[in-house]
Design a protein around this ligand. Structure first.
Ligand code: TXA
Ligand code: MG
Length: 351
């Protein structure tokens, strides 16, 4: 089970253990054993890497909050591998809603959509941060699904990053954040979607999007024509408790360019800050316009899926480039542009 290129550590017993491992059947089995025994492991999903524990085990879940430095008022998403497992964690909705919820699940699961239901008592309050609701999702990633099945329990998992930092889209990012403080990272390569799941509250009528993510507003509206966006149309913003906290922030302060005359605004910013190392988060189309700055290209403006996939890796790159300040291009809030903008705005508001 020797894995070339993985990170090793020496235990007190002095044998080598590998933290980052290929997701072989054997290693998924090891990860499942750790979960069953009340430990935590990192694993890939189609959105970002997760840091998981047995969702029914309060002590195990507390370890996640401890290693991430996560505020205790920020609830976790419970991951399941089969629709049939939903009933183990969530209360059955009122009978009139059944068909409607089935339709949503059929359209988007497995996939980057998290659904908020009333919770069952079996879900400890540490998972839901004291709320009477539980957020549930079925990830579209075979390693995640195999791990949940092998563990035999739903897995509570936030994104696998130190609280406040950009989420992890590779096993290496997870290792950079946590080192040996977690015993195992299943390496599924780079994640495909790159932004987290969309969080949809189904305990209210009409349903409200609490966090934009991999499933777009436009896609949801096809199935739920009256779906609302948190913060829009008079709906109280920030109902997803996590949205209140610092998020996605690279080390250097990040500001957003003005949408009107965006390229010129960034050029002026570079000149005005010429005594500092300025980083620019740029799209491919404009990357050559920012002379004198350290430019990280997020992707083509015409390919928002690519930009979403590269978003967190790009933000993390600025840490390596050791810039003093970052200015980012902006996107129109269409399709995945909404999820990208929500994250950039959070990253910018951290300072
Ligand atoms: O794609 C994802 O969702 C990733 C992967 C690992 O599945 N997970 C993830 O988890 O992004 P986390 O903990 O970083 O973000 C969970 C979000 C937070 O904004 C949290 O406040 C919200 O979901 N949330 C969790 N439970 C909730 C609940 N009961 N009611 C409202 N919001 C909830
Ligand atoms: Mg997170």
């Amino acid at each position: 089970m020797v894995n070339a290129g993985c990170r090793a550590r020496r235990t007190q017993k002095s044998f080598l253990l590998y933290v980052i491992v290929r997701p072989t059947k054997e290693n998924i089995g090891r990860a499942a054993e750790i979960i069953k025994n009340g430990g935590i492991v990192a694993f890939p999903t189609e959105t970002v890497y997760g840091l998981g524990a047995d969702a029914f085990n309060a002590e195990a879940v507390k370890k996640i909050f401890a290693v991430k430095g996560r505020p205790v008022d920020n609830p976790l998403i419970v991951h399941i591998a089969e629709v049939g497992d939903l009933i183990k964690v969530a209360l059955r909705p009122s009978s009139g809603q059944d068909a409607f919820i089935e339709k949503i699940i059929e359209a988007f699961w497995p996939g980057p959509l998290t659904l908020v239901f009333k919770k069952r008592d079996e879900i400890p309050s540490v998972v839901s941060a004291g709320l009477q609701t539980v957020a549930v999702r079925m990830p579209a990633h075979k390693v995640a699904l195999r791990l949940i099945k092998a563990a035999g329990v739903p897995i509570a998992a936030p994104s696998a990053n130190i609280s406040g930092k950009p989420s992890s889209t590779t096993a290496h990012d997870v290792y950079v954040d946590f080192g040996d403080t977690i015993p195992l990272v299943l390496d599924g390569g780079r994640t495909k979607v790159g932004v987290e799941s969309t969080v949809l509250d189904l305990t209210v009528d009409p349903p409200v999007i609490l966090r934009q993510g991999g499933v777009t507003f436009e896609e949801l509206r096809e199935i739920i024509p009256n779906v609302l966006r948190s913060g829009g149309l008079g709906v109280g913003s920030g109902k997803a408790p996590g949205m209140r906290h610092k998020h996605y922030a690279p080390r250097a302060p990040l500001v957003l360019a003005l949408a009107a005359r965006m390229v010129q605004d960034i050029q002026r910013f570079i000149v005005e800050n010429q005594d500092e190392r300025v980083g620019v988060l740029a799209t491919l189309e404009n990357a050559d316009s920012y002379k004198g700055a350290r430019v990280v290209v997020i992707g083509s403006r015409n390919n928002l899926a690519e930009c979403a996939r590269n978003l967190f890796a790009s933000l993390r790159k600025f840490d390596k480039l050791k810039v003093d300040i970052i200015i980012s291009e902006v996107f129109s809030r269409e399709g995945l542009g909404s999820a990208i903008m929500e994250r950039l705005e959070k990253a910018a508001s951290a300072f």
